[in-house]
Design a protein around this ligand. Structure first.
Ligand code: SAM
Length: 246
């Protein structure tokens, strides 16, 4: 287990339960999450489900009842991994054990609700997320008694829940105040206000004969703002008209 730990003013703790903890080292120590982890806003813990296995070989999978191909993650190690991190006292009812807790448990699953910006925003309201990564054919269905929400990252099947958990964590953490330096940049991002982002340009002003739109170099901020809004609408209409209908 490794930890990205920053404490003074924690807005969110995310515990990720996985059988492949090593997969998180690069993505969570580099890039925006790695840098933001210095800022004492959130904490990410990677929990190895195998360490809760009572099997001497730390086996966590079993053959499916009823036959069929593939293996299934057994309920006991996953249950004890969940119980090791859930925060008790107030909050949601803990379905399976009829006790009370403050943690929100998410299972990354192709059968869940498809992740979008609204779900990401909602997840930032929790103080504690527990994210379960499945593998093989998935997890024993009885673990659903302890899961609040199933979330998918799209209509395709990956080998494991680790990459979906990284996608979810990155999107949620990015939205926490103070993680992205310029807070307005999040508000202009695609989907935040139901539109796609406007196009961006940097130096040089002419590249292979292609010019930057003149208004962006005019220094007239009112006109630049108007251009940005117009372009955001134009792009959305062209690429994602469904967003405008919403
Ligand atoms: N048999 C399962 C099914 O068809 O629904 C797929 C199991 S998949 C091979 C193994 C694990 O990868 C799942 O338990 C889940 O945690 C994760 N996974 C795969 N695709 C995913 C997706 N699109 N979104 C979120 N998690 C996914």
């Amino acid at each position: 287990m490794f930890l990205i730990y920053n404490n003074a003013y924690l807005m969110l703790k995310i515990d990720i339960l996985t059988i492949f903890p090593g997969m998180f080292e690069g993505p969570f120590t580099e890039s925006l999450i790695g840098r933001a982890s210095q800022k004492e806003i959130f904490k990410i813990c990677i929990i190895d489900i195998r360490s809760f296995s009572r099997n001497k070989h730390k086996k966590v999978d079993g053959r499916p009842f009823g036959g069929g191909v593939g293996m299934v993650i057994r309920p006991e190690p996953l249950y004890y991994a969940i119980r090791s991190v859930v925060v008790m006292g107030g909050g949601n009812s803990y379905k399976g054990d009829s006790i009370y807790r403050k943690s929100h448990v998410v299972y990354m699953s192709p059968q869940g609700k498809t992740l979008n910006n609204e779900i990401v925003k909602d997840l930032t309201k929790f103080k504690h997320l527990v994210v379960i990564c499945g593998h093989y054919e998935g997890i024993d269905e009885r673990i659903m008694n302890y899961v609040d929400e199933e979330i998918s990252i799209g209509d395709y099947v990956l080998t494991g829940g680790e990459i979906p958990a990284m996608v979810l964590t990155d999107a949620v953490v990015r939205m926490l105040p103070g993680v992205v330096k310029e807070k307005d940049s999040i508000k202009n991002d695609s989907f935040y206000n139901g539109l796609l982002d406007y196009p961006h340009y940097t130096r040089p002003a002419v590249f292979k004969g292609h010019k930057v739109p003149e208004v962006l170099m005019s220094g007239n901020h009112k006109k630049i703002d108007e251009w940005c809004v117009r372009e955001a609408y134009r792009r959305t209409k062209e690429r994602r008209p469904d967003l405008l209908k919403k």
